[in-house]
Design a protein around this ligand. Structure first.
Ligand code: ZN
Length: 388
């Protein structure tokens, strides 16, 4: 960023963060911090079964209702087509959306006030997963081709790489299971590109820490005593998950250590479907790796889901911020961001995109933070991290 651009952005930022006051202004939804004009959600999606311009309209409505200003849009992590279930998302940011609608790139470029592009979940994640599935180790020529593809994505205007996956559980029939060792040669090379170009990598990673778990026996249960996640061993109703998942944290820590100049954003923290993601463990990792960032996500109503409620930042009984999460966020306030992970689309086929439960649930956290921390998490951190 040039000094001039930095100064003018600083001016816009200060200006944007002051809100009108006076008798007609009404009570501010966030206590007067101006988050409705400077807040950034770093992890949002369009539903691939709607044209993206329809998704964009739904999303802007949701953003105004919830009270933030800018969304980073990205493809979900795409699996190797050989392993992806029927109906799974399989698109890249330059391809037309449903009904001949605009691509993700075009949609974002048409409305830079509301949207910025994060990409690589299509091209790069599918590329790495394909290598994992084939078992073929990339040689230097392969790594160079991958690196060029990553650079091209940034040259198209992406402000980060995402959504990548280290461990992605399948929650329904069309949802893929993806496991990629985070210390795979391609992932390490991506970190080098990210470090060199000053952009972050957004990674979806459920935590399996130091043990091998059985699916679904070792997973949290919902109020009905059931797990949301089915494995291939279920004879009557098989899911896409394997019967066992081994530790993935050794590889994840190797990625964090590989290039300290590469910011790694751990997405969906606070939505723990396995039960290993405690604040104590997150604190240990945040202390050890200064390039690690936490992107918080929460379902508005956690009861139908299977995430471990004890590892959720907000107590669902009264909506209060749990003290151990408050301490973690306060202690690492410069490295926490908000990423609600909602799929916005046509309201008639995607009703959740209008009510935006994940977005409401996640942004409710900001209202529970001390004012200075709320402004850092919602506005300053994402703008600095992504160079917005
Ligand atoms: Zn995700």
């Amino acid at each position: 960023m040039t000094l001039n651009r930095g100064l003018s952005l600083a001016f816009v930022f200060l200006f944007a963060c002051s809100r009108p006051t006076g008798p007609d202004a009404g009570p501010p939804p966030d206590g007067g911090l101006g988050i409705e004009t400077c807040g950034v959600d770093v992890h949002q999606h369009f539903a691939h079964n709607s044209s993206f311009d329809v998704g964009a309209s739904s999303m802007i409505e949701g953003m105004e209702a919830v009270g933030y200003a800018h969304s980073l849009l990205m493809p979900p992590p795409i699996a190797d087509p050989g392993t992806a279930p029927e109906g799974a998302a399989n698109w890249i940011y330059t391809e037309r959306s449903r009904d001949g609608g605009p691509s993700l790139l075009e949609t974002v470029q048409a409305d830079p006030e509301h949207f910025s592009l994060v990409a690589g979940g299509g091209i790069l994640n599918r590329w790495i997963h394909g290598a994992v599935v084939s078992g073929i180790e990339p040689d230097e020529a392969d790594l160079y081709a991958f690196e060029r593809a990553a650079e091209d994505i940034l040259d198209d205007g992406a402000v980060g790489f995402g959504e990548m996956a280290a461990l992605h559980l399948s929650i329904e029939a069309t949802h893929p299971f993806i496991m990629i060792p985070a210390d795979h040669a391609y992932f390490l090379r991506l970190a080098e590109v990210a470090g060199r170009r000053g952009v972050p990598i957004d990674i979806h990673a459920e935590m399996v820490d130091g043990v091998t778990i059985a699916i679904p026996d070792d997973l949290p249960r919902n109020a009905l005593g059931r797990s949301c996640f089915r494995s291939t061993a279920n004879e009557t109703n098989p899911g896409n998950n394997p019967v066992e998942i081994a530790d993935m944290m050794v590889g994840f820590e190797r990625l964090l250590a590989h290039d300290p100049s590469a910011a790694i954003i751990w997405s969906h923290v606070g939505w723990d479907n396995i039960g290993h993601m405690t604040t104590e463990r997150l604190r240990e990792l945040m202390s050890a790796y200064p390039n690690l960032y936490l992107s918080l996500k929460m379902l508005d109503d956690p009861s139908p889901g299977c995430q471990l409620i004890a590892n959720r930042p907000l107590d669902p009984t009264d909506g209060s911020l749990r003290p151990e999460w408050e301490a973690l966020i306060e202690d690492f306030a410069e490295r926490v961001v908000i990423g609600a992970d909602t799929f916005f689309g046509d309201p008639s086929t995607e009703p959740a995109s209008v009510a935006a439960p994940n977005t409401r649930g996640t942004w409710a956290l900001v209202d529970r933070l001390a004012p200075e921390t709320a402004t850092m998490v919602a506005c300053e951190n994402p703008r600095r991290l992504f160079g917005l």
